[in-house]
Design a protein around this ligand. Structure first.
Ligand code: FE2
Length: 286
């Protein structure tokens, strides 16, 4: 199976209005007119990359992975079904909400809702950030990355590699927690699975990363976060594996956002998956 990119991310928010202000004023995403209370946010030429759904419980809702076309989607859905996982075709309403031409969904072993889709809606209007951020690193690399916690760690990791075709970029064992970082395009990881037992947390979306082109926009955003008293989860730092220069804040939907720049791209000819000694070169203090 060839998944091209992490195309969209759905988040449930008890306070969608507060999340909306966070997405535009802090993260610098462009709001797109939605339907009803649902909100869409852009970061490149895709109609949206983030969908915020009003909900009673905060957290990650669904994760959209793009394949080349409807034939690739049919083949991918068959492959998942053959592995013994129940696959459901999207309703017309779901297709309209996601603005895609076709989609199927199923659950990973941790219960996270995975959506495979083809035919995203795009726009020729240029991206305009309400905060004046010139550009996000997205396009064919996808919207960034997600980190999901799973209490079926080994099984979930195997599901993403063996069934969905992700490649392991590197992994961390118990120091300070266990996690596997996986790619589906040159971005070092589009998804990481963390062992939920180390976090004392259930199967949740731990964070999503947005990457800006200019590292100074990480610095400017950090100033803004401090000035506006946005809850900081981890201070500015640099990761050992993807080299991301970033900080983490808590969104109004509970889910953390990693806001960074400078992530490495993997060269398939030379990259070797290995164990990393820990997550940080410096910083990222709690
Ligand atoms: Fe991250």
């Amino acid at each position: 199976m060839n998944i091209e990119q992490l195309g969209y991310l759905g988040i449930n928010a008890q306070q969608p209005e507060a999340f909306s202000t966070y997405a535009t004023d802090i993260l610098g995403l462009q709001p797109v007119r939605g339907d009803g209370d649902r909100r869409y946010f852009r970061m490149d030429d895709h109609h949206h990359r983030l969908i915020v759904e009003p909900a009673e419980v905060n957290g990650g809702a669904y994760y959209g992975w793009q394949v080349a076309d409807s034939d690739a989607l049919t083949a991918a859905a068959d492959e998942v079904q053959r592995s013994g996982v129940e696959v459901t075709a999207a309703t017309q309403e779901e297709l309209e909400v996601r603005r895609v031409s076709s989609m199927v969904h199923f659950q990973d072993p941790g219960g996270h809702r995975v959506e495979l889709y083809a035919g995203p809606s795009r726009t020729s209007d240029g991206f305009t950030s309400p905060r004046g951020i010139p550009g996000f690193v997205a396009g064919d690399l996808g919207l960034g990355h997600i980190v999901l916690l799973s209490d079926k760690f080994a099984e979930t990791q195997k599901f993403y590699t063996d069934i969905l075709g992700f490649d392991v970029s590197d992994y961390m064992i118990e120091k300070p927690f266990s996690a596997v970082f996986m790619r589906t395009n040159p971005r070092h990881h589009s998804i990481a699975i963390g062992d939920a037992s180390f976090f004392g947390a259930p199967n949740i979306l731990h964070h999503f990363l947005l990457e800006v082109e200019d590292p100074d926009d990480v610095g400017r955003s950090w100033d803004l976060v401090v000035e506006r008293n946005v809850p900081v989860t981890m201070s500015i730092g640099r990761h050992t594996n993807d080299n991301m220069f970033s900080f983490y804040v808590e969104s109004p939907a509970g889910v953390n956002t990693e806001f960074g720049s400078g992530g490495v791209l993997v060269d398939e000819d030379t990259w070797q998956a290995c164990e990393i000694p820990g997550p940080d070169v410096w910083g990222h203090k709690h």
